[in-house]
Design a protein around this ligand. Structure first.
Ligand code: GLC
Length: 421
């Protein structure tokens, strides 16, 4: 792993996940083809209606920036097999170039990310529901092989044709995903069964990994391809990951409804969004928050509005988030800490008691203020520091207390730190 690229990624903290594809037209999330057992040829017809008339990745990038996000990850291809890029390897030329919009969405997106100074991430699903070989890799060995070749070809295209890619976000490539459709009827008559869920290293993740890293030496790759031991970071889907510095991680959540567009879905309340971010950051992770744009490419107004609110919050309190590191104090029910050089930020998300107690640093505390300018009471006694602010100054989202310490925080809490070494 490239150390500089990794530090950059750790500094991002907050990114935008974008699930967009033909499924948006059906307005019922990205699993609609599978869940409703839509015939492959029927589903393909959706591409005639995929006009993407309001698709403007510069607006996506602006929205991400307004939310305080530092990187984006776009579904270049989801499990339905539809590619948002010009892909000669795509089985049956099932791509946005052959859809009504006739555009290379990934090309426009990667350009927009870079222009906006955002990290460029691509999501890619090796599995593809159009292949019987996905559901029964042994019974349909040729189909499984063709699906795998498609994957290697497409990864090569994505890594070769779109300039520098910062993040490759695989999904569904861990072996337990093969044949996930046990006992579900697919494509009419054929009953697919789970054959060999362990099917070792089906995707040849290690070979893929080598290809990707040769073409993109600075890229960071998640673990969802089954290339054991090679992942740069791990995904905690739908929940905040555990405090962990030995294994870099990212939590992903969706802002409204499913990952793909769901008409009328209500965005998560602001408090929950920000608290999710803080819980992630105090535990050492990044947060990737998902939007599912409408079929025309626009993100719903109420989601944009929520993202802007998060951005406003970050504008005021971002110094306690960006470029900090999680810990060194283990998160607790009340919240947790972040730090940078000799500054320790204490994030109090819930006031169960009138004060909170943190371990005392080995160096003295030089100053102690709250980021909202309220009065902080501090008592240092024995092994502990007790902190409190008057009830009327406690924030509904996060009361942040900033302690300046007479040493690097990492040193001052050395014995408590979980390090990567
Ligand atoms: C799951 C789902 C998928 C979504 C992803 C995001 O793996 O299959 O629809 O893209 O999670 O984490």
């Amino acid at each position: 792993m490239n150390a500089q690229a990794f530090t950059r990624w750790q500094d991002y903290k907050f990114g935008m996940f974008i699930h967009w594809g033909l499924y948006a037209l059906l307005e019922r999330g990205e699993w609609v083809m599978f869940k409703e057992q839509i015939d492959v040829d029927e589903y393909r017809k959706l591409s005639d209606d995929f006009h993407a008339e309001s698709f403007d990745p510069n607006i996506w990038a602006e929205t991400a920036k307004a939310a305080g996000m530092k990187y984006m990850v776009l579904t270049s291809r989801h499990h339905d097999g539809f590619s948002l890029f010009d892909s000669p390897s795509s089985f049956g030329a099932f791509t946005s170039m052959h859809a009504a919009c006739k555009r290379d969405i990934v090309a426009a997106y990667t350009r927009a990310c870079r222009e906006a100074g955002l990290g460029v991430g691509l999501y890619y699903s090796p599995m593809d529901w159009r292949f019987p070989g996905f559901f029964a890799p042994k019974m349909y060995a040729k189909s499984a092989q063709a699906m795998k070749e498609q994957c290697h070809g497409q990864i090569d295209e994505l890594m070769s044709n779109y300039g520098k890619i910062d993040i490759l976000w695989y999904d569904g490539g861990n072996d337990c995903w093969l044949a996930h459709a046990r006992d579900i009827r697919h494509q009419g008559e054929v009953q697919y069964t789970r054959e060999n869920p362990q099917c070792p290293n089906f995707w040849d993740g290690d070979r893929l990994d080598e290809l990707v890293r040769t073409k993109q030496p600075e890229i960071l790759i998640n673990e969802r391809i089954g290339a054991m031991n090679h992942a740069d970071f791990y995904i905690s889907e739908g929940k905040v990951g555990k405090y962990n510095f030995a294994q870099p991680w990212e939590s992903c959540f969706t802002l409204a409804g499913a990952w793909g567009y769901c008409k009328g879905a209500t965005p998560t309340p602001l408090r929950e969004c920000v608290q999710m971010l803080i819980q992630t950051v105090v535990g050492g992770g990044n947060l990737l928050l998902n939007v599912g744009p409408r079929p025309d490419g626009r993100i719903e107004d109420n989601q944009v509005a929520r993202l802007k609110e998060i951005g406003e919050w970050l504008k005021a309190f971002g110094e306690s988030v960006y470029s900090t590191r999680g810990g060194p104090i283990q998160p607790d029910r009340w919240g947790g800490t972040t730090w940078s050089n000799n500054i320790l930020y204490v994030h109090i998300l819930h006031w169960f008691e009138n004060s909170i107690r943190i371990p005392r640093p080995s160096a003295s505390v030089l100053s102690c203020i709250s980021l909202t300018g309220s009065e902080v009471s501090i008592t240092e006694e024995g092994e502990w520091v007790t902190l409190s602010v008057p009830p009327e100054d406690r924030q509904a989202i996060d009361t942040i207390i900033k302690l300046e310490i007479d040493d690097d925080v990492g040193n001052a809490y050395k014995s408590m730190q979980i390090t990567t070494e």
